[in-house]
Ligand binder design. Structure first.
Ligand code: AHR
Length: 336
């Protein structure tokens, strides 16, 4: 009887060990590599690598904060890398995420091209990539799961339509200077394209100068100084691809002795607090919204992917446009 009881205990213990070993191996596989094919891993706790463009603007700071906190608040582990607006840094960061066997990569590409090889490496390692904010321009769309961000062409169209309406009834040529974003980046290419689409139907609107200010205040100011030096009083409108460059340019306009918002109509993109302050002070006329606060939506998408859902290839963020006369009232409500 005693011998039988001992045998029973041994068999029971062996069974328990087998069951526990099976459970722990499922969990490890689930959390290590999940596939680009989708939904193999559990989304309980994921390790997520986030390669951000940089810290070039107010918009970017808000976007980084939104994504970082959404990932950690949801209980996932974050590995973060700031590329300082350099493509080579992003390629290095993605390779390092692959080597660390993260579960997913969140990636905002500084420019549209040149990332095929490294994204192929992520795909071969079975790591799904989620593009945020900026898109890429290459054929193979199996290299990322989905893109979440703004419609930059639409933003350029909105800016131009506002201008055409604002200038209705003004005779003669309207001279525009354009501060472009980072050369080769999706927002710079698309905001230019959208704006020019509308301008093409209105030949009296002429873009007389166009140059990159790299999305920063300092560069925006510097390039605007050069525009003013060569074209001074001829400039009617400034179209800046983001608010930071517009704010830098406003300083240049004031230092030149003109009144921004009056002598020169100032258009920005992003709708950051700084733009609302400039509008409330009468120095900027309009800003087209580009919403950076999509961290929680991104995390939902990542978790849906790991739960086996198929996501749309492109998911756009809803956005508006705000003018000088709304600024004072809306400023206290702005979240970025
Ligand atoms: O990609 C989004 C753009 O990048 C924002 O408009 C700009 O402010 C940022 O630097």
């Amino acid at each position: 009887m005693v011998i039988q009881l001992k045998r029973f205990r041994v068999v029971f213990l062996m069974l328990l060990i087998i069951v526990l070993a099976a459970c722990s191996s499922t969990n490890t596989e689930g959390n290590t590599n999940s596939g680009g094919e989708g939904g193999e891993a559990s989304s309980d706790k994921l390790v997520i690598g986030f390669s951000q463009v940089g810290a070039e603007s107010e918009w970017r700071t808000a976007n980084t904060k939104s994504i970082k906190s959404a990932i950690t608040d949801a209980g996932h582990e974050l590995k973060f890398s700031d590329a300082q607006q350099k493509q080579e840094n992003q390629i290095k960061a993605i390779r390092s995420f692959i080597a660390q066997k993260v579960d997913a990569i969140v990636f905002s590409p500084v420019v549209e091209t040149g990332f095929e090889t490294v994204l192929k490496e992520a795909k071969d390692a079975g790591i799904p990539v989620f593009l945020v904010d900026r898109a890429v321009d290459f054929e193979d769309d199996t290299l990322w799961v989905t893109f979440l961000g703004s419609d930059f062409v639409e933003e350029g169209i909105k800016a131009a339509n506002w201008l055409v309406e604002e200038m209705e009834g003004v005779d003669g040529d309207i001279n525009i200077v354009e501060l472009q974003g980072t050369v080769g980046s999706a927002p710079a290419i698309d905001r230019k394209e959208g704006f020019e689409q509308v301008m093409a139907e209105h030949p009296n609107f002429r873009i007389i100068k166009s140059q990159s200010g790299d999305f920063t205040r300092a560069k925006g100011k510097e390039v605007m100084e050069a525009f003013l030096k060569s074209d001074g009083e001829n400039i009617d409108v400034l179209y800046a691809h983001n608010d930071d460059m517009a704010i830098g340019a406003i300083q240049a306009i004031e230092e030149y002795g003109l009144k921004p918002g009056e002598d020169i109509t100032v258009i920005g993109v992003d709708a950051v607090k700084g733009a609302f302050e400039a509008m409330a002070a009468g120095k900027m006329n309009v800003t087209v919204e580009c919403n950076p606060l999509f961290g929680p939506q991104l995390v939902e998408l990542i978790e849906a992917h790991f739960a086996g859902e198929t996501l749309d290839k492109r998911i756009s963020v809803e956005e508006g446009i705000y003018t000088m006369d709304q600024a004072k009232e809306l400023l206290p409500t702005r979240k970025y």
